[in-house]
Design a protein around this ligand. Sequence first.
Ligand code: NAD
Length: 430
Amino acid sequence: MQRKIAIIGTGYVGLTAGICFAKMGYKVICVDKDKNMIQKLNEGIIPIYEPGLNEFLKKYRKNIEFTTDLKEAINKSEIIFVCVGTPSKKDGSIDMKYFRKAIEEIAKNMDNYRVIVNKSTVPVGTGDWTKEEIKKYYKGKFSVVSNPEFLSEGSALKDFLEPDRIVIGVEDKKTKEIMLDIYSSINAPKLITDVRSAELIKYVANAFLATKISFINEIANICERVGGDVKKVAEGIGLDKRIGKYFLRAGIGYGGSCFPKDIDGLAKIADHHRYNFKLLKAVSIVNEYQQIKFMKKIKKILKKVKGNTVCFWGLSFKPDTDDVRKSPAIEIIKKLQKENYKIQVYDPIAIENAKRELPFKNIKFCKSALKAAKGADVLALVTEWPEFLKINMKKVKNLMHHPYFLDGRNQFNPQKLKKLGFYYEGIGRR
Ligand code: NAD
């Protein structure tokens, strides 16, 4: 039997899931309330930048529909994946308005047995809330599942199709069998849990990864004081299998649409249950400090050379994505704009999204890395796009007003740059 799947919300997660399910041979119907986005998708245009999605959409187009009509999608599908955004509120707690609305709309349109699978990152207990909410509108049988998503932007397709694990929080045998069947073609450990544990696993995974990042950033700051090289220190500890080598790259801190909100979100969940998650709160404080510290380095150089112009290479929160949500680059630039510094920026993909985030003040969006470097007093590398490593740095030095290079992602070889006449400073490196 060819299963029919509805995807509610076609952002980074929903679109990836929808296209991958189409590849797996299911009939997929993707719904988004954003008419513009659905129109583009129907024209074959992917509205976000995610490597490989375009090609996959073309290849598996016959298995996938795009619509704004939620009722039609619910009626046509047996399994409904909810992939709407769950952003942070100002106080760090999780804003559930999109999720609540989506569930209400699903409930009002249900007319038969459906499996409602939640892929959005949501507070523990949301599964129970979902059941109660649906019961208000629909009196028949249904199941609620928590199936958190662990993909990373930039490698979303691979992460979805070859994940480290699939977590399925489920309450009954029949639904468990349906979920295992859906993912049967994916060769990965499938962890069956209760719904609350599955909801928690997503937050805990992100919290742990963010802790690793803040930990190594603290070590980088110590390296700067004692004269060590954090890259070597990270390598030295990462070779220990109990520690592992991943997420030990010192830099200007984590960003993106997930880590900052999930770290604050989990701390708030703990607060709500009268537990002070001290370690996690420190992770967030360290992350903010890392950006401020980098900004101070920029300002110190500008003061020294009596200059005012900063070139930024990178805007997205990481390479291979156009996502600038909570990007450290954007946060640092905003702060410098407030202090009237002149900014020149270049990013291979994220400029259009950044234009929507950054005030149009003292900023020049450039078409190449070289143009952005022209006349700058200091160059700050803030997103490690591979193309930056291929640039002729001699040319860059000649274009700059002062040859100061701040490597916020420890990408370049300090000795090589020094030989070219740069003043080089990385994060936690001698
Ligand atoms: P996104 O903002 O890119 O996309 C969400 C989409 O949902 C938007 O297009 C929006 O228009 C749509 N939407 C909102 N309410 C709707 C409704 N009622 N009906 C139809 N469409 C609706 O979000 P995202 O980055 O894909 O994240 C989705 C969820 O997955 C979040 O909870 C996030 O924390 C989680 N997550 C994200 C990532 C990631 O890397 N982006 C990874 C894992 C998990």
